[in-house]
Design a protein. Structure first.
Length: 674
């Protein structure tokens, strides 16, 4: 018998010739050719037992071939049977599919679900279904699901059918679905797929659907806000859908288990009992119940800490709860200091902009941004530096956000270290790191032309002007100012001047090179006015003034001329006067560094001065004569030119017979001055 594979080279096989001749060996190429498996071999390289032969004495797979009397070798009879298959893999898969269909068919409502899915397949191809056919399909769909919606909503495929039904349903049908699923709302919110159905119900439903769905969460807020699936849908409902009263009810559950128990609705349509608290302001609740102060604060802090530790810090409800907790604490107390440390807990102090996800999320909600502003106001110099460093990579995004922009404003208006705030905020706002000049100017122009983004840029120039800062924003700033008086040392005017120094060059450059574009919008005109009145740098400001004055070239009566634009007219009038008009004192507040814009504008408009005096921007000429910032020589020359055009002024100032024909008020004032 032959030896196993791996035999030593010096041992000869048994079948080798015993004669003194050298053993005859087959050519390796021919042996290799005999062992090649054909591509169309159905047996994976095994012989079919009829045509293939192996030479005597040749080993196959380490086994000795069977010998026959005639010297030929044939495989054993059982070889084919051993590798014979009962059927093809396709047949096996077909059997598996058939069995799967049988199992599905045996499930409850299998036929209804299958029919509804076929209708859904047609409806979801919106552009391919005519309106009338869609109405018919929707009707068929509701015939199938009405009365058994709950059987559809807990399966990942059939829940889509109900979502589709909600999309094309009428008001009554949506109310019926909400009523059917009322008891399953919480379970659906916790479901991986069902939560989207809850969102669909709320987004497409009316007030009645909202009042059916939202109260189902009352009493379960603490559990659901910590649930991986339900938390986001609960917070979305709190932020976007719930009424003020419903929000207050949900937020009060953060203050203790008793609030969750007492505010749980006894029935679907029952109102919240009148004996319960009607506010979510924690300070008022503690004022009414001072004996509960410690357990309520402890319970609330525990909930806040739980979500912060899990890094689930994007919830608006969490931000509202954190603000309520902070406002309920006494400034300077141990609890107050500890909470500020909790806020800074996830900041990586060793890395520039490292960590700080909590602060980044807080900045983009209403109450969250207020909390960040208060943290900046109460913090010391080191705290402010750490907090502002977190936002370095998000400055641009924050500037365009209605809430986060206030964090930037306070970040400029509170720290005494203006070099630090300039590096952290101003450099990013102005794009001073951008090397391409066109890209830099485009970026800055977008900022100053945006309602939100212009605030942190113009605030050091215009302050809390009424046209720049809204009432709610002004209230927040006033709150910050009161805190700043006790935590900051530098005077506001000194801080403002130090901030303007690194800003002025970039702002004046934009004005000089993009004045023609900026003057076409009211925001651009306000920007031009504030920059020329407040920016520093005489040489660069002179170039900017010349660029703005050059825009007044031409006939003011021509269509499209800047004299026809009210915003441009107000801009020129303010610049000629040399400062903003104060209605309280009825005087013009002139800056320390006089603007002198009249000297730049008059040479441009003097040839068309009478036309300007009769135009929509006639008050520009009035300002030229009244301004303390214009030389007397210019005023005398202007008066002489106007006297020559008295007839035109009288015609322009003459009022008509109707209310619409009031005449030019500026022309009448000029006639009085002449």
């Amino acid at each position: 018998m032959s030896k196993v594979a791996g035999i030593k080279r010096k041992d000869a096989p048994v079948s080798a010739s015993t004669k003194s001749k050298k053993q005859k060996k087959d050519d390796p190429k021919s042996v290799k050719a005999k062992r090649v498996v054909k591509d169309d071999d159905d047996f994976g390289g095994f012989s079919d037992g009829e045509n293939d032969t192996v030479e005597a004495g040749t080993e196959v797979n380490g086994e000795e071939p069977a010998q026959k009397a005639n010297g030929t070798n044939k495989p054993s009879q059982g070889t084919n049977d051993k590798f014979k298959l009962d059927g093809s893999s396709a047949e096996a898969h077909a059997k598996q599919r058939a069995m799967a269909k049988e199992r599905k068919a045996a499930k409850p409502n299998a036929d209804a679900i299958q029919r509804s899915k076929k209708i859904w397949e047609k409806l979801r191809r919106k552009s391919h279904v005519p309106v009338e056919e869609r109405k018919q399909l929707v009707g068929e769909l509701f015939e199938i699901i009405t009365g058994r919606v709950s059987d559809f909503v807990f399966k990942h495929d059939s829940v889509r059918v109900v979502q589709c039904a909600l999309k094309y349903a009428n008001v009554t049908q949506r109310r019926n679905i909400a009523q059917e699923l009322k008891k399953d709302i919480k379970t659906l919110a916790e479901s991986r797929y069902g939560k989207f159905l809850v969102a669909k119900m709320i987004s497409t439903g009316d007030e009645q659907v909202r009042d059916t769905v939202v109260p189902e969460f009352f009493g379960h807020v603490r559990r659901l806000i910590n649930h991986p699936e339900a938390s986001w849908i609960v917070d979305d409902i709190y932020r976007q859908i719930a009424t003020t009263e419903q929000k207050a009810t949900m937020l009060r559950e953060w203050y203790g288990a008793e609030f969750a128990l007492f505010h749980r609705k006894p029935s679907a349509n029952a109102a919240v009992p009148s004996t319960t608290e009607d506010t979510a302001e924690l300070s008022k609740i503690l004022e009414r119940n001072p004996e509960k102060r410690h357990p309520i604060l402890q319970y609330l802090l525990q909930m806040i800490n739980g979500l912060v530790q899990k890094q689930m810090t994007g919830f608006t409800m969490l931000h509202d709860a954190m603000l309520q907790y902070f406002l309920a604490l006494k400034a300077g107390s141990e609890e107050h200091t500890e909470f500020l440390e909790i806020l800074k807990g996830d900041i990586d102090k060793e890395t520039e902009g490292g960590g700080g996800d909590l602060f980044k999320n807080l900045a983009f909600t209403k109450n969250g941004s207020r909390l960040v502003c208060l943290a900046l106001a109460y913090g010391n110099a080191k705290d402010r530096k750490i907090i502002l460093r977190v936002f370095k990579e998000a400055i641009e995004t924050m500037a365009f956000d209605q809430h986060a922009k206030m964090v930037l404003v306070v970040g400029l208006d509170v720290p005494d270290d203006t070099k630090m705030s300039s590096r952290s905020i101003i450099a990013e706002l102005l794009g001073q790191q951008v090397k391409d000049e066109t890209e830099k100017l485009d970026r800055l122009e977008n900022f100053v032309s945006n309602l939100n983004a212009r605030l942190p840029i113009l605030y050091p120039l215009a302050g809390a002007a009424k046209w720049l800062v809204g009432d709610a924003e002004k209230t927040l700033l006033q709150e910050v100012y009161e805190i700043r008086n006790t935590t900051s040392k530098k005077l506001p005017d000194v801080r403002r001047k130090e901030l303007l120094e690194p800003m002025s060059a970039s702002l004046l450059e934009l004005l000089e090179k993009r004045a023609e574009t900026l003057v076409k919008s009211s925001f651009g005109c306000q920007f031009i006015t504030e920059v020329l009145l407040g920016a520093q740098g005489k040489e660069q400001k002179a170039l900017a003034k010349a660029a703005v004055a050059a825009l007044a070239t031409g006939d003011p009566t021509d269509e499209g001329h800047m004299a026809k634009d009210a915003a441009a007219g107000r801009m020129l009038k303010t610049l000629v006067l040399g400062g903003q008009y104060d209605p309280k004192t009825k005087t013009v507040a002139l800056p320390e560094e006089r603007v002198g814009f009249g000297a730049d504008l008059y040479p441009v408009i003097k040839d068309k001065l009478v036309e300007w005096a009769c135009s929509d921007s006639s008050f520009v000429v009035v300002g030229l004569l009244e301004s303390e910032d214009v030389d007397e020589d210019v005023k005398m020359e202007a008066k002489a030119a106007l006297k020559k055009g008295r007839t035109q002024l009288e015609a322009a100032g003459k009022a008509g017979s109707t209310k619409e024909e009031k005449g030019n008020a500026g022309a009448r004032i000029l006639l009085e001055k002449l």
